[in-house]
Each structure stands twice: as C-alpha cells, then as structure tokens.
Write a protein of this length. Structure first.
Ligand SMILES: N[C@@H](CCC(=O)N[C@@H](CS)C(=O)NCC(=O)O)C(=O)O
Length: 188
C-alpha cells in the first residue's frame, strides 16, 4: 500500500495511527494537497493506493485498513455518529484555518466563516459534557477526537483550558506511543 499525505494533516495522522496499530506494510509518500502529483480526485490528502484500489477519503481508508485485519470500524450507529460529529468540527476548524492562510480571510470578515468558528466552539462545549469513547486504541471515534484536539493545539486554533475533560483526553492520547509517533513536526 501507499499512503499519500502530509505530516501536518489530522486526517492523514489518523490513517497513520491505524497503520501503526495494525502493523500493515505501507509506504508513506509526502504530498501536499495542491501538488500536481497528488493522485486524489478531490485534490486533498490523504489518498491511499492498494493495488487497483484508490481511496480518496480518510473514512474509507480507515475502513479499508481495519477490514484488512478483521478489526471493527465504527461498529454501532452511536460510534459512527460520534465520529461524524467530531469530524464535522474538524472540517469546520480546518476550513477556517485554510481560508485564513490561503485568502487572508478571517471569521470577523465573513459570516460563513464566523458560523464555522462558532460551530467549533459550541462543539467543544458539547464534547466536554459527553462521555468520551474509551478505550482510545482501535476506536476510530476516539482517535478522530484526539487528532482534532491535537491539530487545534498545534495550529493554535482553539483554547482547551476551559475544557478540563477534553484536555485530560488529549493528554491520554499524547501518552500513547502510536499517537506520539505521528505528531506533526514542531516547525511544520
Ligand atoms: N474528508 C476528507 C478531508 C481531507 C482534508 O480536508 N484534507 C486537507 C488537509 S488537512 C486538505 O487536503 N485540504 C486541501 C484543500 O482543502 O484544498 C478526509 O477525511 O480525508
């Protein structure tokens, strides 16, 4: 298998964690989304090649990785919903970041971006009140949450200090070797 992606993307990180967990052989090919050599039809990362199969979304890539070793992937509707909820917040947070970085546009000057930023803040308040999924290992809802929180910290997108339970959850992720090994390089 070949996984195309960047070391900073939280979506790619989640796939890298699943590959470490399952021990499947996979070559990592560093790719930035806008690279003309990016094979993904979405022009995003991650992208996975496995023989004749090409997968262009972290969700399908994760399912493929888990299925290859006979492990469950978001087995119940509540597992799936938690993953989707967390992923929606991650999509909103990365959109706000990319708009700012690409176009210099901030939530203060865009109603749409303000809505995205408010969604992230409200989502953090909601997650802080929830029973968070455990164990973290092998649990794609939990790992998505860890990747989201760690990305927000890395890109300084939100302040976790008012959220004690989410902060503790992230500390638990940080202490896990597969999570630590996939941390973005500090100067990226
Ligand atoms: N739904 C996709 C989202 C992937 C995604 O948004 N990746 C970002 C990198 S963090 C990207 O490639 N963005 C490029 C762009 O939006 O132009 C997935 O889960 O794989």
């Amino acid at each position: 298998m070949k996984l195309y992606g960047s070391y900073t993307s939280p979506y790619v990180r989640h796939c890298r964690i699943a590959l470490l967990e399952t021990n499947l052989p996979c070559e990592f090919i560093e790719t930035i989304p806008s690279d003309p050599s990016n094979k993904s039809p979405t022009r995003k990362v991650p992208y996975l090649e496995d023989g004749d199969i090409g997968l262009s979304d972290s969700s399908s890539i994760l399912r493929h990785i888990r299925e290859k070793v006979g492990a469950p992937y978001l087995a119940s509707v509540l597992d799936l919903d938690f993953f989707c909820l967390t992923n929606t917040l991650l999509d909103s947070a990365t959109n706000v970041f990319l708009f700012e970085r690409t176009d210099g546009l901030k939530p203060e000057s865009s109603k749409y971006l303000a809505r995205q930023a408010a969604r992230v803040e409200a989502g953090l308040v909601e997650l802080e009140q929830r029973e968070l999924p455990r164990p973290i290992r092998g649990n794609d809802g939990a790992i998505r949450l860890g990747c989201f929180l760690a990305w927000g910290r890395f890109r300084k997108r939100f302040d976790l200090s008012p959220h004690a339970r989410l902060s503790a959850f992230l500390a638990e992720c940080d202490a896990w070797d597969s999570f630590a090994q996939t941390a973005p390089p500090p100067n990226a």
